[in-house]
Design a protein around this ligand. Structure first.
Ligand SMILES: NC(=O)C1=CN([C@@H]2O[C@H](COP(=O)(O)OP(=O)(O)OC[C@H]3O[C@@H](n4cnc5c(N)ncnc54)[C@H](O)[C@@H]3O)[C@@H](O)[C@H]2O)C=CC1
Ligand SMILES: N[C@@H](CC=O)C(=O)O
Length: 813
């Protein structure tokens, strides 16, 4: 014996009913089949509306009945051959005449009792089951229509009737023999009381009918056919990569369904569950899909949780006060008051300090609850023993569900770690002793992000999604975008990172694409909306995507000033812009502190030495217990290039211009030539090493004539031409001494200085070619021979790759 139930969507259209027929045909079983049918999709709501309109004196119920009649007639005409249509058509018309008579009475009496509602609603299943039965009979699938109202016996609670199981089981067993190959079509949802008055079985009623038949007949399986391929690991409208759960226990299904997975309403499956009858969720429109089997004793081989669910529109009600500690009776009064107002409590937490009790309830009844509780606790509130009730709004519950969580350490750590890293504040937590569910109350605005974060953490072993927002598409930014484009597929395949660029901006335009910008179509930026920095930041925050990384590839002060707002939302920042880290020490520390507090990344490896691993190495030394005592370095790629290439045959200005054209200089090359860029870098290293250093404290022995540094960049170049003799003299003197010119930065004992030096051939800095940088770290462990880091220290390609590495580091946290 098998029982199958087809829901409203499975019988909503003629094609859907044809699919039902194919499914039944494919069964080819010798077992008896009972097929329970819901009303055509949306009909139950419309029938209810007919009753309500009539009861409120609104005559449009007649038009609504007309259109419902038409839908059923059209359905029958399309499905049943013309020659034999007349009997089903007259049945439909007769049923709707009856419905109209009932609604007319409601209209005249302006009275709509529960009994009448039950009667009105019963037409939906009566009609759909007759149409299905007739269609099947006329297409070679012989069946018997069985009136559920004659066999399911209930009390007279018309809208949520309670089944009399002994009478019902006996009646069903008497009409359906266990040993047969018959097929019965049964209307779901409807029953009758002992006087034969129609009753309905409440929410999920057709599932209940099916479960009642399955239990009465001790079916081998109960199949629930619907329009999705089973219960999923998360709501697929929220989580793109949600997967169907192939097997799940009854208890897990209960928990998941309670928390919003609307595929089934498990309480209605209770009769089948009590007898351990497996319940199989299948898709009428994709019958080849496996679906979900709900049964007992599931052994999950993978993972500790089977799904993630959520409930929206929650309010938290808090009862708090020092007068509660150690005094029994507060929770009794709280829950009694809520119960007396028929307020359902969805979640409960109480701290072991007994100082507060917090309950989650439906938001729509929060005001009613507060009023009732303030009244109930008026005495205690007036005496200051407890505070007036606090209601927090705009909240939702998210829950992890899984039998395997029991006695399995680490699930909640993983859950809250992932939420924390993404800046999702948890307002309340609840875990029952069954350890099958961990629930957290969070802001509704964070729900989508939270579910995705958790889904990724627990289910998506394939890859982690990282959402990147880049400002700056110049010299370095354009190379960064090219490198990301080249590596996206590689990262997904080899590093399990799906790196999506969601926003790009420069000083003129900004472009967003929630599902990732196609990096082959970057010219779209030229016609995108005008750049507005605040709007760009707001957009990142409101998109609220998980694993968001902001990348600053500008040299802009205003962009650097946005980092704090980003950290507030736990968004990681990667910057090659040096302004933030070389700003006032307090600001630098504040930003680093914020990033740490928010468990997010602030990475700026390229601030010193471009793509060279300078800051990372320094931090590794410190983390492993070493201390930086001295730093000696050549930190300007531009100046090293200039002094390596200037020999008096071309003007100094021409060589500087070449450095700029090759992408080594700052957007404003005067910062390189005047030494500011090197001052920033040595200060950043000193700060990272633990020194509290400001720019004003660094001594700069500048070699630039003051006149070159005044006015515009144009003036800078023309004045350098005029001062050629000065640069030639510097060069000639050094060469005459057998030395090379290097712009050197030194740090020792909390003091730093930068300046041009003549370097002799024995020095580590002498053989430093092209645009290379070199850094010598003298530490407690590297006393005599320093740790040396050397290599290309400027250039768009290497800098972009350093930024890219920081993005991947931020993504890998
Ligand atoms: N070139 C190199 O070797 C290295 C450069 N860097 C740093 O990289 C950063 C970028 O350098 P480049 O790409 O050479 O500069 P660039 O001048 O070529 O590009 C700067 C980009 O930032 C955009 N931008 C500037 N201000 C903006 C604002 N307020 N809002 C939106 N967009 C804005 C510009 O439109 C442009 O797209 C600089 O901070 C530099 O210090 C760091 C290490 C090495
Ligand atoms: N302009 C800088 C680039 C790297 O920070 C340099 O020349 O070193």
């Amino acid at each position: 014996m098998q029982v199958l139930k087809f829901g409203g969507s499975s019988v909503a259209t003629p094609d859907a009913i044809r699919s039902v027929a194919s499914i039944l045909q494919a069964k080819k079983t010798n077992e008896p089949l009972v097929v329970v049918v819901s009303a055509l999709g949306k009909i139950t709501d419309q029938l209810l509306q007919c009753g309500s309109l009539a009861a409120t004196g609104n005559v449009t119920y007649k038009e609504l009945i007309q259109s419902i009649t038409q839908r059923h007639l059209d359905m029958a005409r399309e499905l049943v051959p013309v020659a034999i249509q007349s009997s089903i058509l007259s049945f439909i018309i007769q049923q709707f005449n009856e419905l109209e008579d009932i609604c007319n009475s409601v209209y005249h009496l302006k009275e709509l009792s529960d009994r009448t509602i039950a009667r009105i609603l019963s037409f939906g299943e009566q009609l759909s089951s007759h149409i299905v039965s007739t269609y099947l009979n006329t297409h070679g699938i012989t069946n018997t229509w069985l009136d559920a109202t004659k066999h399911i016996v209930t009390d007279s609670n018309y809208l949520k009737a309670v089944v009399n199981f002994p009478a019902t089981n006996k009646s069903i067993q008497s009409v359906i023999p266990k040993q047969s190959d018959g097929l019965w079509i049964v209307p779901g949802f409807i029953a009758s009381d002992e006087e034969g008055r129609i009753t309905i079985l409440g929410r999920g009623g057709s599932d209940y009918t099916a479960a009642i038949f399955a239990a009465a007949l001790q079916a081998s399986v109960l199949e629930i056919w619907t329009d999705v391929s089973g219960m999923m690991t998360a709501d697929p409208r929220e989580v793109k990569h949600a997967k169907v759960i192939s097997r799940i226990s009854y208890q897990e299904a209960m928990e998941l369904s309670h928390f919003g997975a609307k595929v089934i309403y498990p309480p209605t499956l209770q009769p089948a569950m009590q007898l351990n009858i497996p319940v199989w969720i299948k898709n009428t429109f994709a019958p080849e899909d496996h679906g979900t089997i709900i049964e007992s004793n599931i052994v999950h081989t993978k993972g500790t949780i089977c799904g993630i669910s959520s409930i929206a529109n929650i309010s938290l009600i808090s009862l708090e006060g020092s007068g509660m500690i150690g005094i029994p009776g507060y929770s009794k009064l709280l829950f009694e008051t809520l119960a007396s107002c028929e307020i359902n409590v969805i979640l409960i937490t109480q701290a072991s300090s007994e100082h507060s009790i917090c309950v989650g309830i439906e938001a729509s009844i929060a005001t009613k609850a507060k009023k009732a509780l303030d009244k109930a606790f008026a005495y205690e509130i007036n005496r200051g023993m407890v505070n007036p009730i606090v209601v927090e709004q705009d909240l939702s519950i998210i829950a992890l569900v899984g039998d395997n969580m029991k006695n399995h350490a680490g699930t909640s750590g993983k859950m809250f770690g992932a939420l924390g890293r993404n800046g999702i504040n948890v307002r309340a937590i609840s875990q029952g002793s069954s350890e099958r569910n961990i629930s957290a109350v969070i802001a509704s605005a964070d729900v989508k992000k939270a579910i995705n974060v958790l889904h990724e953490e627990f289910f998506e072993t394939t890859y982690k999604q990282v959402n990147v927002f880049i400002i700056g598409t110049g010299n370095v930014g354009s190379r960064l975008l090219a490198q990301i484009k080249q590596q996206q597929a590689y990262l997904q395949k080899n590093a399990n990172i799906q790196l999506r660029v969601i926003g790009i901006a420069n000083s003129r335009r900004m472009l967003f694409e929630e599902h990732g910008i196609d990096l082959n179509q970057l010219d779209r930026l030229d016609s995108a909306e005008p750049m507005d920095l605040q709007a760009f930041i707001n957009r990142i925050q409101t998109m609220n995507l998980r694993n968001s990384v902001f990348v600053d590839v500008t040299a802009s002060n205003s962009v650097a000033n946005t980092y704090a707002d980003l950290f507030l939302k736990s968004i990681s920042v990667v910057a090659c812009n040096k302004i933030a880290c070389s700003s006032a020490y307090n600001n630098y520390q504040h930003l680093k502190g914020m990033a740490t507090d928010r468990h997010t990344s602030f990475l700026f490896e390229t601030n010193v030495g471009a793509g060279l691993p300078v800051i990372g190495t320094l931090n590794d030394l410190l983390r492993s217990g070493d201390a930086i005592n001295e730093i000696h370095a050549v930190l300007s790629g531009t100046l090293n290039f200039v002094f390596n290439n200037y020999d008096g045959t071309r003007s100094f200005a021409t060589v500087v211009k070449q450095a700029q054209d090759e992408g080594y200089t700052e957007p404003d090359p005067r910062l390189d030539l005047g030494g500011t860029d090197v001052m920033r870098k040595i200060m950043i290293l000193a700060r990272e090493a633990g020194a509290r250093l400001e720019m004003e404290q660094i001594v700069n022995h500048s070699f630039m004539p003051a006149s070159c540094m005044e006015g515009s960049v144009e003036n800078f170049y023309s004045e350098m031409e005029r001062q050629e003799a000065h640069f030639k003299k510097l060069y000639t003197e050094a060469t005459a001494n057998g030395k090379k010119l290097k712009f050197v930065a030194n740090y020792k004992n909390g003091e730093a200085a930068v300046g041009l030096q003549q370097i002799d051939p024995q020095h580590d800095f002498y053989h430093l070619y092209g645009k290379d940088n070199i850094v010598l770290f003298y530490t407690n462990r590297y006393k005599d021979q320093p740790m040396v880091i050397k290599g290309a220290g400027a250039g768009a390609e290497v800098t972009a790759s350093g930024v890219f590495a920081d993005i991947i580091r931020a993504a890998s946290v």
